[in-house]
Design a protein around this ligand. Structure first.
Ligand code: LMR
Length: 409
């Protein structure tokens, strides 16, 4: 074959992109040869042995699926109607889902990331929403997703000056510039990366402000079941739509079903009128068709099998409760151990945070020292994954944190 020599190819001009702030760190962790390394980076649940288990209910559902005749034919554009019906009820709660005044449409998506992207595309292309308000801080991927959907990102404040809890007054004040017709992204429960959530009373106030200002909310619901329980965790959404608001809800089954690699989630549009509900389903379908055409089968089938079988569903709720309780226990043990090592410092706020993450208050330099000197991997912003702690790494981990914190004092 004759090779045509080109002086410069198109790809020669491609700049090297920096590694992803979360998955890039995970790659670094995997390549670290130190045997005592600790992974507190990516938001993945790990059990006592440091493994990310497949839930028993998931295995049972897969056995049922394997024995069924099945087919690998395409799903509809918006996914399986059985999945969509069960997921809408799960994220909205049975009472809201059957409220005759509300009209909703769920579409199955490949994970929570895609559901957020679909929500962004829909708002930008169909409703010409050009700006979205996102909390500062937030999950590193949020601004990228909505930027990729063509939106301008504005930030609302979230934390107090110590980065340990919510500054609700500051949050409300920082929305003063938000204008009618713009969108706002809300972490429904277990705020990522801080673990800090508003109280129900604060949610009511925030939701009221959002409606008064004419903002449109996207509820990111990646951690349903990691806060209080499945039902209570959906309070902010229920409160908003029952008081007359319309919303998009983006949920993920990565965490609460442990289905990370299966990429399964959903986007639910809640409308106040039946005709709008129908139209929204068609708009979801039109948006999806140009991006991934229709969702993959396997993960969604697992979720619909578990949610549709009372025994498996009970087993899932039980397994999820155990995970939630274990993380709470880890928080308490971590706080008590840190308090014994640095008694003059208050770590109590970590017990008040919820979900997998904690904003540890560690500085960028301290995080860097933890990685280089102790093989402990946390995110640059100080976020740690509490579920990465176990009996074996607890003491060395706390000792290392105490060392870097003390030498910085
Ligand atoms: C995280 O926040 O670490 C997870 O949601 C994984 C991801 O996709 O970033």
């Amino acid at each position: 074959m004759t090779v045509i020599q080109q002086t410069k190819t198109l790809f020669d001009s491609a700049p090297l992109n920096p590694p992803d702030s979360i998955f890039g760190l995970l790659e670094q962790f995997k390549q670290d040869s130190r045997s005592d390394k600790v992974n507190l980076s990516v938001g993945v649940y790990q059990d006592e042995s440091g493994q990310t288990p497949v839930l028993k209910c998931v295995r049972a559902a897969e056995r049922i699926m394997l024995d069924a005749a099945g087919s690998k034919n395409y799903l509809p554009i918006d996914g399986s109607p059985v999945f969509n019906n069960a997921v809408g009820k799960l994220v909205l709660g049975a009472a809201v889902a059957s409220n005759a005044n509300l009209h909703w449409a769920t579409a199955q998506t490949p994970g929570g990331t895609v559901s957020l992207r679909i929500a962004g595309e829909l708002l930008r292309r169909v409703f010409e929403v050009d700006t979205i308000w996102i909390s500062n801080p937030t999950w590193a991927n949020h601004p990228q997703i909505f930027h990729a959907a063509g939106m301008t990102i504005q930030r609302y404040e979230y934390l107090n000056a110590n980065n340990t809890g919510l500054d609700f007054g500051r949050l409300i004040d920082s929305l003063a510039q938000a204008k009618s017709g713009q969108a706002i992204l809300l972490h429904t429960v277990c705020h990522n990366p801080t673990g800090v959530d508003p109280t129900p009373e604060q949610w009511i106030e925030l939701n009221t402000l959002i409606q008064q200002k004419g903002l449109f909310p996207i509820f990111d619901f990646a951690y349903q079941g990691f806060g209080v329980n499945l039902e209570e965790d959906s309070f902010p959404i229920r409160q908003f739509v029952e008081s007359g608001g319309e919303a998009l809800v983006c949920n993920s089954f990565s965490k609460n079903f442990g289905l990370y690699a299966e990429r399964v989630g959903g986007v639910t549009a809640v409308a106040q009128r039946g005709s709008s509900g129908l139209a929204m389903r068609s708009q979801l379908q039109a948006t999806i068709r140009t991006i991934y055409s229709n969702p993959p089968l396997h993960g969604g089938k697992i979720v619909e099998t578990v949610l549709g079988d009372s025994e498996l569903r009970q087993q899932w709720e039980q397994e999820l409760t155990e995970i939630r309780h274990r993380i709470l226990q880890l928080r308490a043990t971590f706080v008590a151990t840190m308090a014994s090592m640095i008694p003059d410092r208050d770590f109590q706020y970590i017990n008040e945070q919820r979900g997998m993450f904690s904003y540890s208050g560690l500085t960028i330099d301290q995080v860097e020292r933890l990685r280089s000197e102790y093989a402990i991997y946390a995110l640059k912003d100080g976020r740690i994954n509490i579920a990465g702690i176990n009996r074996n790494n607890l003491l060395p981990l706390c000792q290392a944190i105490a060392n870097v914190v003390r030498s910085a004092d």
